[in-house]
Ligand binder design. Structure first.
Ligand SMILES: Cc1cc2nc3c(=O)[nH]c(=O)nc-3n(C[C@H](O)[C@H](O)[C@H](O)COP(=O)(O)OP(=O)(O)OC[C@H]3O[C@@H](n4cnc5c(N)ncnc54)[C@H](O)[C@@H]3O)c2cc1C
Length: 442
């Protein structure tokens, strides 16, 4: 087995271009926090440059209009693009459009491809995904939104919330129960719903920790939606009826990886601010760089970022070489671990900046609020820990005789037989307790 941590020269040149582009354009654009229409106007020529460079929607296969660079190269790219929250918008990799594009690429009919996929890929329309409901989130088998057959088509009724970008989206991917009698994971179907379809009501842009006073129909608002007798044609179904759960899992796997890659970029940016602060802030007789606590934060942050980065790159490499299914455990691990690293590094950077870190004069406060959300969206930490543990335990078996494999008196007895030792075992006494005998214990 060979190990190679180097990046080929061509990719390195590309990454250098992306780095300069993000620092020169995305970071200052982020600081302006422009309303959507103004943002779109300023971003248009920048997006044109990205497209000209062949880097737009790089997460898609070449056959579907992306660059087909594979998850590993994509990881290296997203790490830089994700330094700024605006970066993914300039590179056509911002959720939820990015994941929706992947799902459409895999399942759209030729009509759906022309009507939804092509304009979404071109960046002339926006989309949302509505799965979560006020009563069903981490466990999508509890969904209650209903999709009922009606003549040639369907009728949709239900209540969703937290659908990102729904108030400015041109269409939504909605997951609803089409066959309540089927097994829990075979009940749901994904339908494509135009936002102006009668019966679809965007109740509100929800105020959140990320955006306490949302401006209506702005990028990254999260929306509450009610569907009342929304009539849909048969052609609204994406993929096969009843496959909604599996399709959403398919969408979320790579999407989680893309989030983790961006978090590394965000964590690195916070780390740079932490280090810079340490070099100049003078208090209690020295700069912060001389205080042991700050040194610990810097060392811990560097180690945690490096570990999360390698874990993420390894998951990307595994998807490229062995497929997404083989990387399920790795993706679950990085989803909760990456979110924690991001949160902790940003938190230390805020703390080291004191009141300045808490103020909106630095991007840290906004990064901190967003980092908090990372522990919830695309599956909360606890669910990913549970999934990872289940997968890690799947092939484990209890010891046949009930004695722990590493039980030292037992290991020693076997070792003495193996090495033909007939001298007495000085470590074992005749009253060494039998690990299975609980009767004698106090
Ligand atoms: C910023 C943001 C953007 C979002 N965008 C979208 C979107 O575009 N479309 C969409 O459909 N949804 C979206 N969501 C919703 C998101 O997917 C859900 O919030 C998430 O799945 C959790 O569901 P819930 O909020 O209902 O929490 P619940 O399911 O109520 O879970 C609450 C808590 O219970 C605990 N918990 C749950 N299950 C377990 C378990 N098995 N073991 C131990 N503890 C557990 C966890 O601590 C969890 O945080 C978004 C959320 C956020 C914060």
């Amino acid at each position: 087995m060979s190990w190679d941590f180097s990046t080929d020269a061509e990719t390195e040149r590309e990454l250098e271009w992306i780095r300069e582009f993000v620092d020169a354009n995305a970071v200052p654009l982020e600081a302006l926090n422009l309303p959507r229409t103004e943002f779109d106007r300023v971003a248009a020529p920048l997006i044109a440059q990205v497209k000209e460079r062949g880097l737009w929607a790089a997460h898609l296969d070449e056959a579907h209009g992306g660059t087909g660079r594979g998850q590993l190269r994509l990881a290296l790219m997203n790490e830089i693009v994700g330094r700024s929250r605006v970066g993914p918008l300039l590179f056509g990799t911002a959720p939820p459009d990015s994941g929706n594009l992947e799902l459409l690429a895999a399942h759209a009919t030729p009509e759906q491809r022309a009507r939804y996929f092509a304009p979404l890929l071109a960046g002339t329309v926006r989309s949302a995904v509505a799965m979560t409901e006020p009563g069903a989130g981490a466990d999508p088998t509890l969904l209650s939104t209903r999709l009922t057959p009606d003549g040639d088509g369907w009728v949709l009724n239900g209540h969703k919330w937290f659908a990102t970008n729904a108030s400015l989206a041109d269409f939504l991917l909605v997951m609803a129960v089409s066959d309540p009698e089927a097994a829990p994971r075979d009940r749901a179907t994904v339908v494509l719903v135009d936002r102006d379809t009668p019966g679809l009501e965007i109740r509100r842009d929800i105020a959140t920790m990320e955006n306490p006073e949302p401006r209506p129909a702005e990028i990254e608002n999260h929306c509450e939606i009610v569907f009342t007798d929304v009539r849909l044609p048969a052609g609204a179904v994406l993929g096969e009826p009843g496959r909604g759960f599996a399709m959403m899992q398919e969408r979320l796997g790579p999407a989680r990886l893309h989030h983790c890659m961006r978090w590394i970029g965000q964590a690195q940016r916070a780390f740079e601010m932490l280090c810079e602060r340490a070099t100049y802030r003078f208090t209690h007789g020295s700069v912060l760089a001389d205080k042991q606590t700050i040194q610990n934060w810097i060392a811990d942050s560097a180690a945690e970022i490096a570990a999360a980065r390698l874990l993420t790159l390894h998951a990307a490499w595994k998807i490229d070489t062995l497929g997404a299914k083989a990387a399920r455990t790795d993706i679950a691990l990085i989803k909760f671990h990456g979110a924690k690293v991001l949160h902790d590094v940003v938190d230390r950077a805020v703390q080291a900046h004191g009141s300045l870190g808490f103020s909106a004069d630095l991007p840290l406060e906004s990064m901190y609020r967003r980092a908090r959300a990372a522990r919830i969206y695309d599956g909360p930490d606890e669910v990913h820990r549970q999934s990872a543990a289940r997968l890690l335990l799947r092939d484990r078996k209890p010891p046949a005789d009930g004695i722990p494999t590493e039980h030292l008196p037992t290991v020693r007895r076997a070792a003495r037989r193996r090495f033909d030792l007939d001298t007495p075992d000085t470590l074992d006494t005749p009253d060494t307790p039998d690990p299975l005998d609980t009767e004698g214990s106090a």
